[in-house]
Design a protein around this ligand. Structure first.
Ligand SMILES: [Zn+2]
Length: 449
């Protein structure tokens, strides 16, 4: 595993991830995915969707709007409680999350508790703090025409938010799906999409950004069966992370969140932690959310969220198990796990290689002619490239520099195999296949590729 700095640098150098709005000096907490990054990201999303939706018998997908009726966030509690403790240094005006710069205090820290820690400003070193203020992390926006500032009542009515989580788009569609698909319980609703959090201090590359992508399932179950279903979901998460995505078991750690640290509505939560370059960090969460969300919606909307069992006739509000994963967090876990630096050759040259699984690598093959200035090799190589492009689609062409340089470049972007067309190819239709991980070369017939 590489250092975070090296991974950030590789991501930029090779077109995986660029800083957001780079050309204007950036925009803190935002990142843009380049050609290779978006390819890898889409492969991750596709693998998740196939595994959790298409391959299951009781899962339904949805894709809800990002801008929702503001009552959504009143019902969910985000308007009242989705906030961080913000503190400002009176000397240098820097702002911080109080619980991130002082030890052993929680998100609900009071001004008195914070001052008692005698924390010094991380920027100027002084100790002169303003009061702790609750900073709501939702991005607010206006719907419809912008109103004059003195029209406070109407302004408030037109204010809504960019969704801080995708989950509520699922809960608010629960009744639609029940009324149109009549699913047998347990069943799940899955969604992938953007969520927005106005982090006070975004950091750690794409781990804590202001705009992130989530993949979430709300799994609706009979209240008495939540424990069994929790285990089923837990097993599925491991199967996905370890077998589909190829993350090593020994880098994934389950952390049973103690009652005091759990969200108030959750009766059980497991955080799946991953060994990232900067240490152990949360990769995903699995939470038992009880009937908290559906009951909130009942209260705010006045509509029944009861499910009627087709066999027993029993009516009840289902309970919910929620596996939730951030795509960027998974992306970074995959890239940092794949990143490796190896010493090769007699000159002790360093080879950087991304050992991505074949199903995730942006390019499956790279095709090139041994020599760029031999037309007969180029024509034959183009022919092989077209055959593979038709069969695998994610195949790239490279005829720049010498073969050694091409291999290094493909190693860095994780291409599993490089195919080279040489003079023997013209004789017997065999090509050189060079393996990324072993660097071994073998000769293979074109028809066997
Ligand atoms: Zn300061």
């Amino acid at each position: 595993m590489g250092k975070l700095d090296n991974i950030v640098s590789l991501c930029k150098r090779r077109g995986f991830i660029f800083p957001g709005s780079d050309i204007y000096g950036g925009m803190a907490g935002t990142w843009d995915f380049g050609p290779l990054g978006v390819t890898l990201k889409k492969k991750i999303e596709k693998a998740w969707w196939k595994f959790f939706v298409e391959n299951q018998e009781n899962m339904y997908g949805i894709d809800a709007a990002i801008i929702m009726n503001p009552r959504t966030w009143i019902a969910s509690g985000h308007t009242a409680t989705f906030s961080d403790p913000l503190v400002e240094c009176k000397e240098c005006k820097s702002r911080f999350r109080a619980d991130k710069i002082a030890d052993n205090i929680s998100e609900s820290v009071t001004t008195e508790e914070f001052l008692a820690t005698h924390t010094k400003c991380p920027v100027c070193g002084k100790e002169n703090w303003g009061p702790i203020r609750k900073f709501n992390m939702m991005f607010s926006t206006r719907v419809g025409a912008v109103l004059p500032d003195d029209n406070a009542d109407l302004t408030e009515k037109s204010t809504t938010y960019l969704r801080p989580e995708t989950a509520q788009g699922i809960f608010t569609n629960y009744k639609n799906v029940v009324d149109t698909f009549y699913p047998d319980i347990p069943f799940g609703l899955a969604q992938q999409g953007k969520a927005f959090r106005n982090e006070i201090s975004p950091r750690d590359f794409i781990l804590r950004d202001r705009e992130c992508s989530q993949m979430e399932i709300e799994y609706f179950v009979h209240p008495t069966t939540w424990e069994d279903n929790f285990e089923i979901m837990r097993k599925l998460q491991h199967e996905f992370l370890e077998e589909v995505i190829g993350l090593p078991k020994d880098k994934i750690h389950e952390y049973e969140v103690p009652e005091a640290d759990r969200a108030h509505y959750s009766k059980r939560t497991i955080d799946f932690m991953f060994d990232y370059p900067n240490g152990e960090e949360e990769l995903m969460g699995l939470a038992y959310r009880t009937d908290f969300d559906l009951k909130n919606i009942e209260r705010e909307s006045g509509k029944s969220m009861e499910y009627r069992d087709k066999v027993t006739g029993e009516s009840f509000v289902p309970h919910v198990i929620e596996p939730s994963i951030g795509i960027e967090r998974l992306f970074l876990a995959i890239i940092s796990n794949a990143y490796s630096e190896e010493t090769v050759g007699d000159k002790n040259e360093i080879r950087t290689v991304l050992k991505l699984p074949k199903n995730l690598a942006p390019y499956r093959f790279c095709v090139s002619p041994l020599l760029k200035n031999k037309p007969e090799l180029v024509v034959k190589a183009k022919e092989v490239y077209q055959i593979l492009k038709k069969k695998y689609s994610n195949v790239t062409w490279d005829d720049s520099g010498n073969i050694g340089k091409r291999y290094r470049k493909q190693d860095e972007i994780g291409t599993p195999e490089c195919i080279v067309i040489d003079f023997d190819t013209l004789e017997n239709n065999s090509v050189t296949v060079r393996d990324r991980d072993t660097t071994k070369q073998t000769r293979v017939q074109i028809s066997d590729l």
